[in-house]
Write a protein that binds this ligand. Structure first.
Ligand code: SF4
Ligand code: SF4
Length: 100
């Protein structure tokens, strides 16, 4: 299966690298490999793949990450699965034209 992407440039995910202690927890809990460790610091690598689940921010020991969980893509996916029209905002990169 291809990697999910979010609508471009709307993700609320933010990283304060000054606060990052390089523990790597965010890279483990993120379901979409949005964040990578680079020279001992977290770096947002695939921003548009973030589904705003909040797992990284909840598990960061130094509050280096923030995201408005529950108002973005994850909520939209759930609403879409429940049959609420006009809710879906994710698509698969293999079918990228469906996103544009
Ligand atoms: S909010 Fe979820 S999907 Fe987005 S970077 Fe954090 S763990 Fe990954
Ligand atoms: S969980 Fe927080 S402190 Fe740990 S690598 Fe990620 S951003 Fe840095």
């Amino acid at each position: 299966m291809g990697q999910f992407i979010y609508l471009k440039d709307v993700v609320t995910l933010a990283l304060d690298q000054e606060k990052c202690v390089g523990c790597g927890t965010c890279t483990v809990v993120c379901p979409h490999e949005v964040i990578l460790l680079d020279n001992g610091k977290a770096r947002i690598e695939h921003r548009d793949a973030c589904m705003e689940c909040g797992a990284c921010a909840q598990n960061c020991p130094n509050a280096a990450l923030s995201v408005d969980a529950g108002v973005g893509c994850a909520a939209a996916v759930i609403n879409s699965a429940l049959g609420r029209e006009g809710s879906a905002c994710c698509c698969v990169i293999d079918n990228k034209e469906a996103c544009e």
